[in-house]
Design a protein around this ligand. Structure first.
Ligand SMILES: Cc1cc2nc3c(=O)[nH]c(=O)nc-3n(C[C@H](O)[C@H](O)[C@H](O)COP(=O)(O)OP(=O)(O)OC[C@H]3O[C@@H](n4cnc5c(N)ncnc54)[C@H](O)[C@@H]3O)c2cc1C
Length: 409
């Protein structure tokens, strides 16, 4: 292990994870491809990392290569088009390493609609399409025009259309390409894991020329005091989403950008604004431990109609689709956890460094010095409790890297 490499704890939002043998930050497209290809040709374990906000990494040493795309350019491809005709579409391309929320802020600033509801989601543009990020009634899938990838198997650059991306609820063909059977818990059998076969180089988005957007989520509509379906200024939507997220600890802690290995990965003006907002919210200059998480640790389960019938009447239910396209019912993982007896702030006896967030039951948090095993033990206990109470097996959302499993804990 070299001392010139960071640990995963320094690169991830939950702040756990062991030492890294080799860390590379290419600053060009060709450099990115070369770094990936070099690791693959030597058959070294490879992890392409973005903001480290959707991974839980073991404290063991990672004896491979971690690559982080240091390119952050955003390009407006066809600015003039909207004023010439009726079509209001504006294409914007962003390098995979671009901070996701920097892109959202930029798109609103230049008068584009389409991703404002995804304000405040940590991470990068590259990873946003891997798991099809979503929040407050929007998913990135609906705004993606095409994705440029490096195919690690065929060793060529490809441009995948939105259809070829195979987007689904928190998934895509890219995410599926790194799991043996589309499940995080069989991942170790896949040669590409913990990164997809297709490494994202850049993403093109089709946004619309408008300074207002549609409010498509009840909680957001309530917070904005408007009706669902109403149009509201995109800047107001962004502001409200950030406020609602902040109250639930669902923003990353901006202090992480002061960590040497994170510096320069996000635009300074946005880090400063987030620090200012955090200071106002919790009146403290220290880390907000509720934000040291991977966000939602479990996905909202999508059940068959028969399965959903076995839940208590008051359990949340939303129309959805099963993976085979048939009708399904989505319920809330947070509700299940809460009603299985795990309150906000819950921790296992003798392991207070890992606890549920004190403001959101769906986030496993590191209170400062948690080990990866402590986080896993907490998550395993929560999953077991929900299974016993409701017969539903929760599926984790983050990528587990290293010797970590929720089974047998
Ligand atoms: C506080 C908090 C709130 C969150 N809220 C939400 C939310 O509302 N909605 C939501 O959907 N998610 C949410 N998340 C999860 C997370 O922010 C997203 O999944 C995000 O897209 C991860 O981006 P990242 O760059 O941090 O990915 P990383 O954690 O760095 O990587 C995740 C996976 O993507 C792969 N990857 C990274 N870059 C590339 C690339 N260029 N090409 C191919 N594969 C790549 C990695 O190898 C890994 O397998 C939240 C997380 C946190 C911490």
């Amino acid at each position: 292990m070299t001392t010139t490499s960071p640990t995963f704890a320094e690169l991830t939002t939950i702040g756990v994870g062991g030492r890294i043998a080799r860390f590379e930050q290419p600053t060009s497209r060709v450099g990115m491809i070369e770094a990936v290809e070099d690791a693959d040709s030597k058959k070294l374990p490879l992890c392409v990392i973005g903001g480290g906000s959707n991974m839980l990494v073991s404290d063991d040493d990672f004896d491979g290569v971690v690559v982080r795309d240091a390119r952050h350019e955003i390009l407006v491809l066809d600015e003039a088009a909207p004023v010439e005709g009726r079509d209001t579409t504006v294409h914007v391309a962003a390098d995979a390493g671009t901070n996701w929320d920097d892109l959202v802020a930029f798109s609103i600033q230049i008068g584009l609609e389409g991703i404002e509801g995804l304000s405040g989601i940590p991470g990068t543009v590259g990873a946003s399409v891997v798991q099809n990020i979503g929040a407050y009634g929007q998913e990135v899938a609906t705004s993606v025009s095409s994705v440029e990838v490096w195919d690690r198997q065929d060793k060529v650059v490809r441009t995948l259309s939105s259809q070829e991306m195979g987007f689904g609820y928190r998934t895509s063909s890219l995410k599926r390409s790194m799991y043996a059977v589309s499940s995080p818990e069989t991942s170790k059998d896949n040669p590409f894991f913990p990164t997809p076969r297709y490494v994202v180089l850049s993403v093109s988005f089709a946004l619309r020329h408008s300074d207002s957007g549609v409010v498509a989520f009840e909680q957001l509509a309530r917070a904005l005091q408007v009706e669902i379906g109403q149009r509201v200024a995109t800047a107001s939507i962004r502001q409200k989403v950030l406020e609602v997220r902040a109250a639930k600890g669902m923003l990353e802690d901006p202090h992480r950008y002061a960590v040497v290995w994170m510096q320069g990965t996000r635009r300074k003006q946005h880090v400063d604004a987030a620090l200012q907002a955090l200071h106002t919210l919790i009146e403290s200059d220290s880390w907000d431990r509720n934000r040291c998480s991977c966000g939602s640790f479990f996905m909202n389960p999508v059940l068959t109609v028969e399965q959903a019938d076995t839940l208590p009447k008051e359990a949340p239910r939303f129309p959805s689709h099963m993976p085979d396209g048939s009708s399904g019912i989505k319920t809330s993982a947070a509700w299940l956890i809460d009603h299985a007896g795990f309150q906000k702030g819950f921790s296992l006896k003798g392991s207070a460094q890992a606890s549920l967030s004190t403001v959101h039951t769906l986030a496993m948090t590191n209170r400062g010095k948690a080990s990866s095993d402590e986080i896993v033990a907490l998550a395993a206990a929560v999953r077991e409790g929900v299974q016993q109470q409701f017969g539903i097996c929760l599926v984790p959302e983050p990528v587990f890297i290293g010797n970590l499993t929720l089974n047998g804990n």
